[in-house]
Design a protein around this ligand. Structure first.
Ligand code: ADP
Length: 394
């Protein structure tokens, strides 16, 4: 069974092709194009590359194309795309303006190009749907809740991968299995030993931190939209709701312009006044730029805020996991986030931390009660696994 996972940006198409034959999971091909202006051609070129690499002979060999879609109104989990699902995504375009519109366009183009191949999406909100109702709520009037004003949470594929992989690394096959079966039985697979507590830190261009108990999310830093939680690359993160009307009035700008600024000119970019990329900001901070230093400190303070929140809610933690662009590559950020937590049993090994970049590793010291891991994320594999299960069960 071959499943193609397509990652669609407004001007990019990236893909991974997995083969699940013979009970194995093999990555057959990965590739991508940036600065795409002609999407139908990009899909054509993707198929041509797959054929040229002998990964497929024809697109009819594809059992499905999977998509890591972000959010849809009243729909989550793993679903097959049809008009109803695409409309539900369009209904929430405003919540994920950088992601939903290009995905809808891209999925329609895939449907035209290969009408016989099932197109299946795993929504990024899915992993958080079983968190307690109390942490999914905002304290808004009922009418607001009914139109979807609540915490959804995102990065579900990545946090699910962390839930499974961290459990394996901690020799908890029972919890890994529970996490694997999450969308089948809603986290009810029994576990055979004491509870397993993990805090997953997905630190990238887009960042969120999730508390995970026995393979299931108990809450996450992102709320209703990906413009929340920690400061993002150029998106604002958490902001007092009063700030928006205040800025609109005081700066004399429209709501749309305020939104544009919060989603394009905010986050690390807004804080540093320099760049949305932590490599540039880190470089400038090293050269003594005070705004760059402050941007990094604000990011770290926010990460610790959320880490602390889940540490408390989980009654301690067995492991902290770092992943995504910053989490996998930036030893300095990991060190700053884990600094001075010895009293909580959290101790990084500075040498292991410094030596770890984009590989799976344990970076806590031997005497740290809490294990600290770097785990490269594999969101596409999570999507492909769920698409496979969808085909097999539906
Ligand atoms: P996205 O959320 O867009 O997938 P990534 O997970 O790639 O983003 O994370 C992007 C962030 O991670 C940027 O701030 C970038 O500086 C940082 N980053 C990515 N790769 C590296 C690297 N090899 N070395 C240092 N920092 C990196």
């Amino acid at each position: 069974m071959k499943i193609l996972v397509a990652n669609i940006g407004s001007t990019s198409l990236k893909w991974r092709l997995f083969d699940f034959s013979n009970n194995a999971e093999r990555l057959l091909h990965k590739g991508g194009f940036e600065r795409v202006s002609d999407y139908p051609k990009a899909i054509e070129d993707c198929l041509a590359e797959l054929k040229q690499a002998n990964a497929i002979q024809s697109e009819t060999e594809l059992s499905a194309v999977g998509f890591k879609t972000v959010i849809a109104k009243d729909i989550t989990g793993c679903v097959r795309f049809d008009e109803r699902v695409l409309q539900a995504m369009a209904d929430y375009n405003g919540l994920a303006p950088a992601h939903n519109p290009p995905y809808i366009t891209g999925i329609k183009l895939f449907a035209q190009r290969m009408p016989g191949v099932p197109l299946i999406g795993l929504f990024e909100t899915a992993f958080h749907q079983f968190a307690p109702e109390a942490v999914q709520r905002y304290a808004v009037p009922e009418a607001w809740r009914q139109i979807g004003v609540r915490r959804w949470g995102f990065h579900g594929a990545s946090h699910k991968f962390m839930a499974e992989r961290s459990a394996e690394l901690l020799c908890r096959a029972d919890v890994a299995e529970r996490a694997r079966q999450l969308y089948v039985n809603h986290g009810t697979t029994p576990i055979s030993r004491e509870p397993l507590r993990v805090i997953s830190c997905h630190l990238g261009g887009s960042t969120s931190i999730t508390g995970i108990l026995n393979g299931v999310s108990i809450g996450t830093s992102m709320g209703m939209s990906p413009q929340s939680g920690l400061p993002q690359n150029n998106r604002v993160g958490d902001l007092d709701a009063e700030a928006l009307p205040y800025a609109v009035k005081t700066l004399g700008i429209t709501v749309e312009e305020a939104q544009r600024q919060l989603t394009r000119e905010g986050g690390l970019k807004g804080l540093s006044g320099l760049s949305n990329d932590i490599r540039d900001i880190g470089e400038a901070a090293l050269q003594g730029n005070p705004q760059a230093k402050l941007a990094l400190e604000t990011y770290v303070a926010s990460a610790r805020h959320w880490l602390g929140s889940y540490f408390l809610q989980l009654n301690g933690t067995d492991a902290i996991v770092f992943t995504a662009g910053i989490g996998e590559n930036r030893a300095d950020m990991r060190a700053a986030i884990c600094a001075n937590l010895e009293n909580l049993g959290i101790k990084l090994d500075p040498v292991k931390n410094q030596g770890t970049r984009a590989v799976e590793a344990i970076i806590s010291s031997a005497d740290s009660q809490v294990k600290i891991f770097v785990i490269p994320t594999n969101e596409e594999l999570v999507v492909a696994r769920e698409a496979k299960r969808f085909l097999e069960t539906k």
